[in-house]
Design a protein around this ligand. Structure first.
Ligand code: SAM
Length: 367
């Protein structure tokens, strides 16, 4: 046998042994990866389409690149994940509110029950899922009540400016600010509060709005969460200098009004939480670049076309839907999910030499 063939054969056998070991190790019990992290949080992109073309996210020239599954297929997949230990499902996109059948999907998710207790013990009773949604808010005013009635637990609205002009310049959609504000207020009225407002800060672009965002949180009663810009855009615009890092942000907010840190809600909490000295307003800072939280990551993602991604920065995705289309049974889907989750990356490598951009951009993964 030539040398390379021997090498390949040896690698293939080693991979097979590794696969067998992984599937043996993970044939039962709550979903965990090889680092022992419990996987309890599933993000499902229900469409690759988006009605905004945010300048830091999309080129503005490209549309959807991946297909959508029938809602019933997303639901079957979510059921498998829930049977394995998922407790929280976040619907995202693209823009999830563009997806026909979304309200009905939330209604079906609301009927599902968790298979494990928070301490990891299996349970027959189960609890309702925590069902969250991330949206740009453009269509929220009309959909907030139906979503609430269907069983949505929580909502996050992405807003990268709190003035109409900057907002429209970022989204490239005229009059978008008023639409989104109407959506945020409606969501609060129907009981989807506290609404979280996510803002991605880019130096020289919207970082002049930090103090205004703090006022916005205090006046509107929303939780503002600043997110560090990550290299996940369609254009290759990311530079370390563009990122407004947590330390700098905390200093800016503290100068505005003294901050008081709040305890984390959970171990896997991605945000550091703050209020101001008078207790009005809440700010979260999510710092995947300057303070990665991979060690506590509990997330996996399902793309709109039915692929599993184990990290935002994965170099490949895993074709769960392919297994389903080939007639995979529930047991086969479960085994596939367990095997893929076992290979979840230990951490991302943003900012390190040799960092490779992931195989998909944020809008095509589902943030
Ligand atoms: N259309 C929905 C929305 O606007 O929230 C869901 C999809 S959007 C891709 C999800 C989130 O990803 C948004 O909050 C957006 O600001 C964020 N995002 C997009 N590109 C990002 C990047 N390069 N770094 C950090 N966050 C990003």
């Amino acid at each position: 046998m030539p040398y390379t063939a021997i090498d390949e054969a040896a690698t293939a056998t080693a991979e097979q042994i590794q696969d067998d070991r992984e599937s043996n190790a993970q044939s039962e019990g709550r979903l965990r990866d090889r680092f022992g992290r419990a996987i309890t949080d599933l993000r499902v992109s229900v469409t690759d389409r988006c009605n905004y073309k945010c300048v830091y996210c999309r080129t503005g020239n490209e549309g959807a690149q991946y297909t959508e599954l029938p809602i019933a297929d997303y639901l079957r997949i979510v059921r498998r994940f829930v049977a394995l230990g998922i407790e929280k499902v976040r619907l995202t996109g693209g823009e999830p509110l563009l997806r026909r059948g979304l309200v009905e999907m939330v209604g079906e998710l609301a009927k599902m029950r968790t298979a494990y207790l928070p301490d990891g013990k299996p349970t027959a009773e189960g609890r309702p899922l925590d069902i969250a949604l991330t949206t740009n808010g453009h269509l929220l005013e009309g959909l907030a009540q139906p979503l609430k009635d269907a069983g949505l637990s929580r909502i996050t609205v992405s807003m990268d400016a709190v003035d109409a002009g900057t907002f429209a310049a970022i989204t490239r959609v005229p009059r978008s600010f008023d639409r989104v504000m109407a959506g945020v207020r409606r969501a609060k009225e129907v009981g989807l509060g506290p609404v979280k407002v996510n803002c991605v800060l880019l130096r020289g672009f919207n970082d002049s709005q930090i103090e205004q965002f703090a006022e916005f949180s205090r006046n509107e009663g929303v939780i503002v969460r600043f997110i560090e810009f990550m290299p996940l855009e369609e254009d290759r615009t990311w530079k370390p200098e563009t990122v407004v890092r947590m330390e700098e942000l905390v200093a800016r907010l503290n100068a505005f009004r003294p901050l008081v840190e709040l305890p984390p809600n959970a171990l896997s909490e991605t945000a550091r939480r703050f209020t101001f000295e008078d207790g009005r307003g809440e700010i979260g800072i999510i710092a995947p670049v300057s303070r990665p939280f991979c060690g506590h990551c509990s997330r996996v993602r399902l793309t709109s076309d039915g692929k599993i991604r184990t990290c935002l920065f994965s170099q490949s995705d895993h074709d769960l839907y392919g297994t389903m289309l080939r007639g995979g049974t529930d047991a086969e889907l479960d085994a596939y999910i367990r095997k893929v989750v076992m290979r979840k990356e230990e951490r991302h490598h943003i900012g390190e030499p040799g960092f490779e951009k992931p195989s998909r951009n944020m809008v095509h993964i589902g943030g």
